[in-house]
Design a protein around this ligand. Sequence first.
Ligand SMILES: [Zn+2]
Ligand SMILES: [Zn+2]
Length: 338
Amino acid sequence: MPSQLGNDVVGFILPFVVFGIVIYTWYIYIFRLCYAKLFDVNRAEAVAFMTIGTFFMVLTLISYFRIYFSYPGKAIHATPVSLSTPPSFPRFYYSPRLLDLRKTGRRDIEEANETTSLLPVVSVCRNDGLPRYCDTCQCYKPDRTHHCKECNACILKMDHHCPWISGCVGHKNYKFFFLFVLYCAIYALWVFCTSLPTVIEAMNELEASLDPQWIVLLVLAFVFGMTLWGFAGVHGYYIINNQTTIEHISQRPNEIRIDFDISGQNYEIVTTHHDDKLWDLGHSRNWSSVMGKSPWGWFVPIYGGLGDGCVFAYNDSLYDKIIERAKRQRMMLNPSMT
Ligand SMILES: [Zn+2]
Ligand SMILES: [Zn+2]
């Protein structure tokens, strides 16, 4: 097991490594290749190469800073329970009438005074039916929230802990993480494809002008490009399926609690299959929940996605099935309560 100190040191160094590699490759590409070599041969082409390369390098760095300086989203600390939310009634729950991401994008549980009209409500719970609670952070955990040991915090819609940013990727910075991977992959591909002919030509002609740093540039662009295109594909897939990395690799089923009233005592527990995509709203709504409503903002690493990270709409048909199963369960166990 790596020590905490080791993790801290790696976490401190890696962001500088990322920044260093991006700036170093940009320096070689712009000054030692495009400007020093191509500019004399074909000025228009060299300027186009430099402009496009710099454009994607800048987008890469902006996305990186946006991930680094956006907190992934921390779960809310436990607060005294109000009358409308008795102690064992889940603090975070979902009802189709409560949340419409297309309209509001967010909602606050404290404003949900008319809870009875929203029943039955669903929430992911512990095996024993109690709301998920983190003893370390002393907070109730909303659906999709996980405790990260490295960050020592509960992270909303946690995707993974990333040493390259020395922090977690979660609800509030996942879009920037995806854009960083995507722009860095495009930048690497662009640099590789536009540098390759010059390097091959210089090698074939056995020119003394072959700069050894061009080879370093090609290797870095190839290695990072291949890796990052793989990542971009995987996370693109997760986005359109509304899954996090944790949810995708998890083999554990979810326990869903269905509350029929607000007493906190009248509920059933239904177990879903680990393959069930509970929050899958269809490709297009899945995409906008992460990337934002307006297509103009999808690829701009400034605006975030939709929602508050505490409540997520359930897939309609899975929601119906869960309620149906809970009602059937209830009828079989307590015929008198129906
Ligand atoms: Zn926690
Ligand atoms: Zn973390």
